[in-house]
Design a protein around this ligand. Sequence first.
Ligand SMILES: Cc1cc2nc3c(=O)[nH]c(=O)nc-3n(C[C@H](O)[C@H](O)[C@H](O)COP(=O)(O)OP(=O)(O)OC[C@H]3O[C@@H](n4cnc5c(N)ncnc54)[C@H](O)[C@@H]3O)c2cc1C
Length: 552
Amino acid sequence: MADDADVIVVGGGLAGLVAATEIADAGKRVIVVEQEGEQSLGGQAFWSLGGLFLVGTPEQRRLGIKDSYDLALQDWMGSAGFDRDEDLWPKRWAEAYVGFAAGEKRGWLRAMGHRIFPVVGWAERGGYDAMSHGNSVPRFHVSWGTGPGVVEPFERRAREAQASGYLTFHFRHRVDALTITNGTVDGITGSILEPDDVERGKSSSRKAIGDFALRAQAVIVASGGIGGNHDLVRQNWPKRLGEAPGNMISGVPEHVDGRMIGITEAAGARLINRDRMWHYVEGIRNWDPIWPGHGIRILPGPSSMWFDATGTRLPSPLFPGSDTLGQLQYIMRTGHDYSWFVLTQSIIKKEFALSGSEQNPDLTGKSWLMTAKRATNKGAPGPVEAFKTHGIDFVVRDNLADLVAGMNALAGSDLLQLEPLKAQIEARDREISNPYVKDTQVMNIHNARKYIGDRLIRTARPHRILDPAHGPLIAVKLNILTRKTLGGFETDLDARVFGRDGKIMPGLYAAGEAAGFGGGGMHGYRSLEGTFLGGCLFSGRNAGRAAAKAVG
Ligand SMILES: Cc1cc2nc3c(=O)[nH]c(=O)nc-3n(C[C@H](O)[C@H](O)[C@H](O)COP(=O)(O)OP(=O)(O)OC[C@H]3O[C@@H](n4cnc5c(N)ncnc54)[C@H](O)[C@@H]3O)c2cc1C
């Protein structure tokens, strides 16, 4: 039987688009098979903030940040904590990926028209020693145009390849199985789903109206992770993080269902590090949801006080923006699956950013005028103020007694008591008068403000939480929000998938989140942030180039 293309790519998210465009550019014929409609092209990346981990860039240098491959690799390894035999390929991917982020990544994107917002963000700041978790310096480069600004160059290239006949899209085609002939993966079979013009991000119909089969010399699985499937998240939840949360909200659309991971595993591929996941602890329920259980992650600056469900302050260094996994571990050990920020209007105005392209219309719309208003506006950015007004996880009051009463009412419990909470806030507030202090969170605030980017748009001037001049007081109930899958299919640096027998499965490649963003888990246990889109770019590119070469 003749092949339908040289290569089939499963998934039209960022990793799939990157792989497919590399294949088409190499003069090979590629089919992209995507279960969603054409309106959802780009997958999760469209919804993303477009934050990219980059090292030693002109943007960093202009802000006085001295960064290097060595420093970034030290941070990466400290965060990853590779400690297993199956970390062999993930570790090799990590080294190669940090090299990419410190090397050609920015220039490669720039040549395709991608641009970066000039203030570099500082995510995952750690707070332990130099060899442990965290970014020593700011590295989170937000794409001008956010997620759509990252997808755009690849969609454009894909459309050009489509016009010249090298690339074909099969939308509403859901892959149900891989076909293997004489030990080589040589195609896919699946169901044709009924047409559905549902808006991007909303759940689409899963009604099958037919079958299909396609053949090629190679298949690249770029089908994303499991974050939209809470049953799978719970199934893979590791004991070291305590009990799986009873309540979770979804940081990803429903199509991030992990189904294709099961299908690829059933075909013999080796899935590793499935217990490593990257879920956030600052999730808020979306008052204007797009997908089921839609949650938004707050990207917090360093000043909010953080309390567990019983009102005990999280210990140092678990401050906002320091160590996502450490915070998750701590919170889940409290026996409750939520926690609280307590802050002021001055803090929310300067320090709350919301992750998601639709939550940042100024950056997504590439409007300098609107973006500049972040610095000059009296209130927080429009979408943040909208959450403060409509979001069910927000309590806004003029005094602490009323705030605590509102928090208890929201939680449906009486776990919080005014006096102990007040004592902790007053103690912290007494530390504000001097620039040298004992409280490590306040020290952190002073440290952050030494970085001009934080001083300008991310870190409020230190003030007392209970100072009415900075009010009203705000409490935010923080939920666990599912997002990323750090484990995935074990691959070599050409993205060729290993089988359970430890041998390469001929014809099979994996990229993006399905490959744990490279090799089966290049992040190890923790991410430095902005590493996921970049992981799709790097692994998609490697997979596409290698498959194009292999098919001759
Ligand atoms: C709100 C939000 C904010 C984010 N912000 C950032 C950020 O700032 N920086 C960063 O680095 N990362 C960020 N991320 C993460 C990043 O966007 C994703 O990890 C990444 O885009 C995943 O890309 P992917 O191509 O691997 O998978 P996906 O985007 O999930 O694409 C996979 C595609 O495969 C399709 N598919 C699955 N199974 C099948 C099947 N059986 N048959 C056919 N098709 C199938 C799916 O429908 C989907 O379209 C964010 C994510 C979200 C949701």
